[in-house]
Ligand binder design. Structure first.
Ligand code: GYE
Length: 333
C-alpha cells in the first residue's frame, strides 16, 4: 500500500483542523492539536490493545515496530501483548484488553478460525477490532471493523510465475509452508498451486511446515533433502526466514543455494535482499509489514463512526537478483 508519511501527516493536519473547528463551534475549551486528535470527546488519551502473534520472523518484528512507533507518534497508549505463537495467549490478551476497557483493539491473528466468541465479546463491549496482516473466517463480518493485509494468493501466484519463467516451466519443488491454519500459509499455497497448474512439468515433490521460522525451515529442509535431494531443483518457502534456513541446509548438504537449487520466498526483508546480493536466494515477493500508519488511521475512523472498507489490500512487488543490489539501500525492514 502506498501509505507515505506525507499522506499521513496531511490527513493528520486535516483531522486536527476539523477537531479544532468543532471545539470552537461547540464552545469547548481549546485544546492542543495533539490532544484534540487523540481525544475521544473528553481530551482523554486513546488506549489501544495490540495482540501480536509472536516474533517468529523478521517480517513480524518489523510489523510490531511499525505499530509501536506509530502509537508513540500519535500519543496513543499502546497495550502490547506478544502471544509467543499461541492462539490461547491471543484470546487471553484480547479478553484482558476488553476488561481494561481499551478504546480499540488491533489484532494480528495467528490462524483463520476460532475468533467468533472473543470478537462477539469485543463487539458487546463496543470495542472496534482492526485486523492487521492476516484474515480470519467468521460468519458475521461486523465482528471486525476492517482488515489491512496483503493478497497472499496473489503473492503465491507471483512466486510461481517467476519460477516458471526462470525454469522454462520445469521444476521439482520442495514447498516450505507457514504455520498450519494461518491465512498466509493457506493462501500462498493456493496461489502457488494455481500459478504452476499451467505447467505440467512443474511439480511439488514434498511440502512441510517450517512454521515461518529460520530454524525450523533449516530443519525441515535438511530432512527433505535427505529424502529428495537428488531430484529437487527448487525450494519455494512461504516466507524469507524459512528460505534463509533452507539456504543453510542446502550448504550443509554440499550444494550451492541459488545455483544447484533455486530458492524463492515471500516477504522482502532486508536479510533476504542480502542473500540475493550474495547469490544464494533467487527471488522474494514483497509483503509490506509497515502497517502502523494504516492501522491507526483505521482505529481513528472506526472510533469516529466512519464507514471503513472491509479490506484494504497492501500492494506488493517482486524482486530478484537482477534488482536486489539497487533496492537493498531502500529497504525499510
Ligand atoms: O509472511 C511471515 C510472518 O502474516 C504476512 O507472517 C504475515 C507472515 C509473514 O511470520 O514472515
Amino acid at each position: 500500500m502506498k501509505h507515505t508519511a506525507t499522506t499521513s501527516s496531511l490527513r493528520w493536519t486535516a483531522f486536527a483542523i476539523l477537531a479544532a473547528a468543532i471545539t470552537t463551534f461547540t464552545g469547548c475549551d481549546k485544546k492542543s492539536d495533539t490532544q484534540s486528535a487523540n481525544s475521544q470527546g473528553g481530551g482523554k488519551k486513546l488506549t489501544v490493545g495490540f495482540s501480536q502473534v509472536g516474533a517468529e520472523s523478521d517480517w513480524r518484528v518489523a510489523e510490531t515496530k511499525s505499530i509501536k512507533d506509530e502509537a508513540a507518534k500519535r500519543g496513543v497508549e499502546l497495550k502490547f501483548n506478544d502471544a509467543e505463537g499461541k492462539v490461547e495467549n491471543q484470546l487471553t490478551a484480547i479478553r484482558s484488553f476488553i476488561a481494561q476497557g481499551v478504546d480499540a483493539i488491533i489484532l494480528a491473528p495467528k490462524v483463520e478460525t476460532g475468533w467468533e466468541p472473543v470478537l462477539k465479546e469485543a463487539k458487546a463491549a463496543k470495542i472496534p477490532v482492526i485486523l492487521v496482516d492476516r484474515g480470519i473466517s467468521v460468519s458475521d463480518d461486523s465482528l471486525f471493523a476492517t482488515l489491512i493485509a496483503s493478497d497472499f494468493v496473489a503473492e503465491g501466484k507471483l512466486a510461481a510465475e517467476w519460477l516458471a519463467k526462470k525454469t522454462g516451466g520445469k521444476a521439482k519443488i520442495i514447498e516450505l509452508e507457514g504455520s498450519p491454519g494461518a491465512a498466509p500459509a493457506i493462501d500462498r499455497k493456493k496461489g502457488f498451486a494455481a500459478g504452476i497448474a499451467a505447467f505440467p512439468e512443474m511439480k511439488i515433490i514434498a511440502a512441510q511446515s517450517g512454521d515461518f521460522e529460520t530454524g525450523k525451515g533449516k530443519e525441515v529442509t535438511e530432512t527433505l533433502l535427505q529424502q529428495h535431494g537428488k531430484d529437487v531443483t527448487a525450494i519455494y518457502a512461504h516466507n524469507d526466514n524459512m528460505a534463509l534456513g533452507a539456504i543453510e541446509a542446502i550448504k550443509a548438504a554440499g550444494k550451492k543455494p541459488g545455483q544447484d537449487i533455486i530458492v524463492l520466498s515471500i516477504d522482502g526483508v532486508k536479510s533476504a535482499f542480502q542473500a540475493m546480493v550474495k547469490g544464494e536466494l533467487n527471488c522474494t515477493v514483497e509483503c509490506n509489514p509497515l502497517l502502523g500508519p494504516a492501522a491507526f488511521d483505521a482505529v481513528e475512523k472506526a472510533l469516529k463512526g466512519d464507514k471503513l472498507d472491509k479490506k484494504t489490500i497492501v500492494q506488493d512487488r517482486v524482486f530478484d537478483q537482477s534488482s536486489a543490489a539497487a533496492e537493498l539501500p531502500n529497504r525499510k525492514y
